[in-house]
Design a binder for this molecule. Sequence first.
Ligand SMILES: *Cc1c(COP(=O)(O)O)cnc(C)c1O
Length: 412
Amino acid sequence: MDYFNYENGELMVENVSLARIAAEVGAPAYVYSRAAFVGRLKAFEAAFADVDHLVCYSVKVNANLSLLRLAAAGGYGADIVSGGELFKALRADFRPERIVFSGVGKTAREMAEALEAGILMFNVESEEELEVLAKTAADKNKRARVALRVNPDVDPKTHPYIATGLSGSKFGISHKEAPAVYARAAASPALEAAGVACHIGSQLTDAAPFADAAARLRGLTENLRAAGVDLKYMDMGGGLGIAYREGETPPTPAEYAARIKNVVDGLGVKLILEPGRFVAGNSGVLLATVLYNKQNGAKRFVVTDCAMNDLIRPSLYGAWHDIVPVRKSGAPPATVDVVGPVCESGDFMGKDRPLQPLVAGDLLAVKGAGAYGFAMSSNYNARPRAVEVLVDGDNFKIIKPRETYEDLVRGE
Ligand SMILES: *Cc1c(COP(=O)(O)O)cnc(C)c1O
């Protein structure tokens, strides 16, 4: 179900027109659909309903408290990667025993905070990290539940910056070295070897690598059991890809789940899943206003008030986002680059796009912007961060106001 549709040539989010939102809150604006966000969480959850599992929303993808609260209220868990995300997850009322802590560089302070909160599990990525966790837990008279994040060495066939499960990446512990590290964990009174984890990459549009990774984790779990280490959890991370271009058909949650369930059948572990992009990506758009048209040589540019500081994915990964007019004119399209005001040639939202003729004040929607959009935004060029809006049926509300100039100098 898509909650971003045209009605009489006007792009709507649920039952609210984006033009109305722009008139009231301005642009750039991130606009999310509550129904889309909750619906995708439910669709993902439903795909695993017949096995023991826990869906932990990946907080880093979009950490607006209002969205986190929707996930927490739905009974979902949270996948966090920092002390700041722990703080936000607890503020959003996620239950601590449904929080898993991932990340390659947790500090002792962050570990202590998570132990204090009583989270479900630490996904540990190196032997040295394991030592620090053991010491931190012992100092607090606590026992930390641990999963080792294993690097299963499978190729997710995605952008190199978001491929994380190949040998040679900074992530995880080689699956060959994992048994020795488990032995150390099992020997420590401050640690409980509770599970095995992986996260092979993001924006996977083929489900086969997930099955390969699950098979690696299954083999490891069986070997460890034979050696007396009984793991309860298998955390498959996130990574399910989404359609960024109209017409793309990434695997559905059901297809993705079937691949994994098939591999772990009969193993007797609780599956942990950490979807992020799948939940938030197509639940939001970024609204932009056209400022100018210009032509340099053969190239035509549409300059908007949205820039790489608002949405960095095109600049960082060469990522594609569909860009559509908020009001369709029906006039024949021309090919343009949609760019922002930032002083970098890499500052673009889209290149060589067929778009109807646009004039100053026209609105554009950059689609698929709900994941890694606002979350990766910055103040580069002293640009205040965009307002965030949540639509629910016929209504919308601001869930984070646009930053002000005063925000730009706070603390300096
Ligand atoms: C980023 C991340 C996720 C979420 O990935 P998506 O591709 O957005 O689903 C899940 N788990 C871990 C450990 C991550 O680093």
